[in-house]
Design a protein. Structure first.
Length: 231
């Protein structure tokens, strides 16, 4: 089966793949995770708002994003962002937007919808008695959220947040469709096409993703056990 398998192409390329492709993938994943959790938390608070208008806006956004394939969102932002930027700034020509910025904005806005639902369930898991106690102590809404609810919600949701981040890490490979982003799969594909070794490179990519995703999932499971003990 492996008689014609060229291990040498992997040996020649693995360092470049990790220092360029995987570095970009991890940078985009971590940046999108931070931005997604931040805006996802805001969306969760909006969905739980007593204002029907604010709740409707957040709910509509979450339902819209979760109903659209990610690859389409990547395409939309990459090709429409220059025209949207020109419209916002009043420029006569489309604004140049680099592929990384476009991909980062796309993943933040897309993942925020998923992190929103995670945070919403985390906030709703906090007993209402603690909320009432916070108000009884004279806290306003934001003080109660910042000091009582959100710290506990984040702790409860840490395993699920990291699980969603693993999914995000895998989804970053979809920027391969843009072709101009030095992401792990994109770099591996270019090497495969250059050397005519598609089987070797794509198998190597699959093994790398499996090992990293499985390893991270194992760490999340251990983290979940520790959080459960604390709780």
């Amino acid at each position: 089966m492996f008689a014609n398998f060229d291990f040498d192409v992997i040996q020649r390329s693995w360092l470049y793949l990790f220092t360029t492709g995987m570095k970009f993938t991890l940078l985009l994943t971590i940046s999108a995770m931070i931005g997604g959790i931040f805006f996802g938390t805001i969306l969760a608070l909006m969905r739980l708002s007593h204002s029907k208008t604010i709740s409707f806006i957040a709910t509509s956004y979450v339902n819209l994003i979760r109903s659209v394939p990610l690859v389409l969102v990547i395409f939309w932002f990459y090709f429409l962002m220059p025209f949207i930027g020109a419209w916002v700034t009043g420029a006569s020509q489309p604004i140049q937007v680099d592929a990384f910025s476009s991909a980062l904005v796309t993943f933040i806005l897309f993942e925020a919808a998923y992190y929103c639902e995670i945070m919403r369930s985390g906030i709703q898991s906090i007993p209402r008695g603690q909320v009432s106690a916070g108000y009884a102590l004279g806290m306003n809404y934001w003080q109660m959220m910042g000091n009582v609810v959100l710290p506990q919600a984040f702790r409860n949701m840490i395993p699920i947040l990291f699980t969603q981040t693993i999914v995000l890490f895998q989804d970053v490979s979809l920027v391969y469709v843009l072709g101009s982003v030095p992401e792990f799969v994109t770099v591996a594909s270019k090497i495969a096409q250059r050397d005519g070794r598609l089987v070797e490179m794509y198998l190597f990519v699959a093994v790398v993703y499996f090992v990293m995703s499985y390893g991270l999932s194992t760490l999340v499971k251990k983290l979940q056990d520790k959080v459960a003990i604390i709780r």
